[in-house]
Write a protein that binds this ligand. Structure first.
Ligand code: NAD
Length: 388
């Protein structure tokens, strides 16, 4: 894969991560090394009340535990983040510990901003507007998908616009990511599959992005390889710590890749149907991914041929275009193997809704990084139509 002579890029991610079964027990030691003494945990009611995760975190924090905000909601809204920040302020938090999927991690990122900068989270919308370090944040993912523990982005839903919007800043990288596979063994099959395909989309889309660079490409290809060999194993044997750990690693690697190279049309569509029809983010990405790959084959066959190789397809003796199409077919088949057969129509979407979906996807920040200009509403609708 070639790069232009004028290649220039920045590559940044969360400064430190710890990985291993039960590393969450070392959280207290990490906080003492970091010099923090009042930790507010950011999680949701289910994880707090129906699992032992919050208790394990509290045990490790011991006297540093200053409270738990347990009102994280899936696809956090601006209001839910503002409420969390008010709670952490009352508890005089000097560090936030997110415990959960992308929704908990993004809620904590937003809370960190409001605690430091004041105002409401939507006052800080946009890219690179923050100018100083934010409230310290330790991210503990309990899904292996979003990679938010490694990214400079937070996704927040603005109910007034009915759309997801973004805040991006190098000051949003968590200070520490704790990857503990014992926390993902209880993830139900559907969520395991959907969050795994979110990571797969990050990896494939960042390879397609016109902001890709040699670091993100290397990360993406390794993530694709790991996911294609380990996601199904997590479904076949949910307590397979080796496979669960590999998926956490792949999600983090893919998170770093897309945080630097960005994502493309596929995510623009997924954000749109996530906000409009409450379709889980990973499920939505999986639905569109093979169609997005085919849509970009005319301009990105060389990159998609590398995807094919990382997926284990033998590419010798075939053209890049043939390999690219085989990669898309393989992703479609993989979705079926892991039980992700959802279609837009399962969520009530009809042909009549496609123009509005295309219109909203066009205003999503991700679309501009696509490897060819995507301005035509009919073209966007044509990709979405394949997932009806
Ligand atoms: P999620 O965080 O919304 O969680 C979904 C459900 O899974 C919740 O009900 C939660 O309680 C449950 N859950 C989480 N871990 C579990 C476990 N170990 N066992 C049982 N149940 C568990 O889902 P997600 O896919 O991780 O995150 C999606 C959100 O992340 C979306 O809002 C998306 O926009 C955002 N996102 C952010 C980034 C970023 O870089 N900031 C990247 C991708 C996605």
């Amino acid at each position: 894969m070639s790069y232009d002579a004028d290649l220039n890029f920045v590559f940044a991610h969360t400064p430190k991560l710890t990985f291993g079964a039960n590393v969450v027990a070392e959280l207290g030691t990490s906080l003492s090394e970091m010099g923090h003494s009042r930790a507010v945990v950011v999680t949701d009611k289910f994880l707090a009340e129906k699992t032992d995760m919050l208790e394990r975190v509290k045990k490790s924090l011991a006297g540093r535990f200053a409270g738990a905000f347990t009102d994280v909601i899936p696809d956090p809204t601006a209001d839910s983040i503002d409420l969390g920040a008010a709670y952490a302020k009352r508890q005089s938090a000097d560090v936030l510990i997110s415990l959960g999927g992308g929704s908990a991690i993004d809620t904590a990122k937003g809370m960190a901003v409001v605690l430091t900068e004041g105002g409401k989270i939507l006052d800080h919308e946009g890219y690179h507007a923050l100018t100083r370090p934010q409230t310290p944040h330790v991210a503990i993912p309990t899904t292996a998908g979003t990679g938010s523990e490694m990214t400079m982005v937070l996704v927040v839903k603005d109910p007034a616009r009915g759309q997801k919007t973004f805040i991006g800043s190098y000051f949003l990288h968590p200070d520490l990511a704790v990857l503990d596979p014992t926390l993902t063994v209880g993830l139900p099959a559907k969520l395991t599959a959907a969050t795994g395909m979110d990571a797969m989309s990050h990896a494939i889309e960042s390879l397609l992005s016109n902001l890709r660079n040699p670091f993100s490409d290397g990360y993406s290809l390794e993530a694709i390889r790991i996911i294609s060999t380990n996601l199904k194993r997590c479904l076949d044997k949910p307590d397979d710590l080796l496979a669960r750990g590999q998926m956490l690693i792949a999600a983090a690697i893919a998170g770093s890749a897309f945080s630097n190279a960005m994502v493309v049309l596929n995510h623009a569509l997924a954000h749109t149907v996530g906000a409009k029809y409450h379709i889980h983010h990973g499920t939505a990405n999986a639905m569109f991914l093979p169609h997005t790959m085919r849509f970009f084959t005319d301009v990105s066959a060389d990159r998609l041929a590398l995807v094919a190789g990382a997926l284990g397809i033998s590419t010798s003796g075939i053209t890049d275009e043939q390999a690219a199409l085989q990669a898309a077919d393989r992703i479609e088949e993989f979705n079926k193997e892991i039980g992700l057969t959802d279609r837009l129509s399962d969520y009530g979407v009809t042909e009549a809704d496609l123009p509005a979906i295309a219109d909203m996807a066009l205003t999503d920040g991700s679309i501009i990084y696509s490897p060819k200009p995507v301005f035509d509403l009919d073209e966007i609708a044509s990709v979405a139509r394949k997932a009806l």
